[in-house]
Write a protein that binds this ligand. Structure first.
Ligand code: ZN
Length: 286
């Protein structure tokens, strides 16, 4: 399910990297973008109230639409992956892919029901952001720390170096005032500690659900096969039964015929005995 990238001696990453707890939804740019070696994770907000992650994926699924990211995290904690993390995505200006081939993994976050300056990340969103960063640290060896500079490996948010800056050509607050506070107070400390929240995240639950779907399909297929075999067996039992019945009927009719003949013989013997009595009387034999 999860594919690890292969880093060649010259630093070029080949192959693909997909997160095993994200929903894979490839967009056209995944085939067009150059490969990169992921050294950073940069977090964003969609900044488009009324737009769901599915809406954004549909938009990016049209050819030529700009500023795609690798991941989107919904308010319910679900994660979608659109681009392999061994390829660059265009949400981070100069950090998309630097001349040395390194670049940032970008994560968009949903703010469907409000502005990201005032609408905080949900607990489920924070949990998934932490898990994605830990996944990126494990798969790509990205250090679990705040990026010390715009080009140094680590974790950051879009306007961490100001706006405009190396990470954005325009003025903005992405991922939003209140979310930047959450990044500093909750998200980054959890990533540095290397610990996601306790229990199952929504992303884990989704992953489990997909595995369960596969298992259920297998069980259904096996059940159907057993059903077909059972049906075959029942047919064969019926065939054997009807053969037994036919043989039994034949034996019965043969027995009837035989007992008829035995009756005939008995009648003949009785006739003979009667004849003998008449003969004896005629001859005067007592
Ligand atoms: Zn952004």
């Amino acid at each position: 399910m999860s594919h690890s990238p292969v880093t060649r001696a010259d630093g070029e990453v080949v192959g693909i990297a997909r997160c095993d707890f994200a929903i894979w939804r490839e967009i056209p740019d995944n085939r067009l973008q150059p490969t990169m070696r992921a050294t950073q994770v940069i977090m964003h907000s969609m900044a488009s109230p009324g737009t769901t992650p599915e809406d954004l994926i549909r938009y990016w699924s049209q050819p030529g639409t700009p500023l795609e990211s690798h991941f989107i995290v919904g308010r319910d904690g679900r994660a979608w992956q659109l681009v392999d993390t061994g390829r660059s995505a265009d949400a981070n200006y100069r950090a998309n892919r630097r001349p040395d081939g390194t670049g940032a993994i970008s994560i968009e976050t949903e703010d469907n029901i409000g502005g990201p300056d005032t609408l905080p990340w949900t607990a489920a969103q924070i949990d998934t952001l932490v898990r994605l960063a830990l996944w990126a640290a494990r798969v790509h060896g990205i250090p679990r720390r705040r990026c010390p500079s715009p080009s140094s490996p680590g974790i950051g948010f879009h306007t961490m170096w100001g706006a405009p800056s190396e990470w954005t050509p325009v003025s903005k607050t992405c991922p939003g005032t209140i979310r930047i506070r959450q990044f500093n107070q909750t998200v980054l400390p959890a990533i540095v500690a290397g610990a996601a929240g306790g229990g199952l995240s929504v992303a884990d639950a989704n992953s489990l659900e997909r595995h369960l779907d596969v298992i259920q399909e297998k069980i259904e297929r096996t059940f159907n096969q057993v059903n077909i075999k059972t049906g075959d067996l029942a047919n064969r039992v019926e065939t054997v039964e009807s053969k037994v019945e036919r043989t039994f009927n034949q034996v019965n009719s043969t027995t009837d015929a035989l007992s008829g003949r035995v009756d005939d013989v008995a009648a003949q013997v009785a006739q003979l005995q009667a004849d003998m009595v008449l003969v004896k009387e005629a001859l005067g034999i007592p």
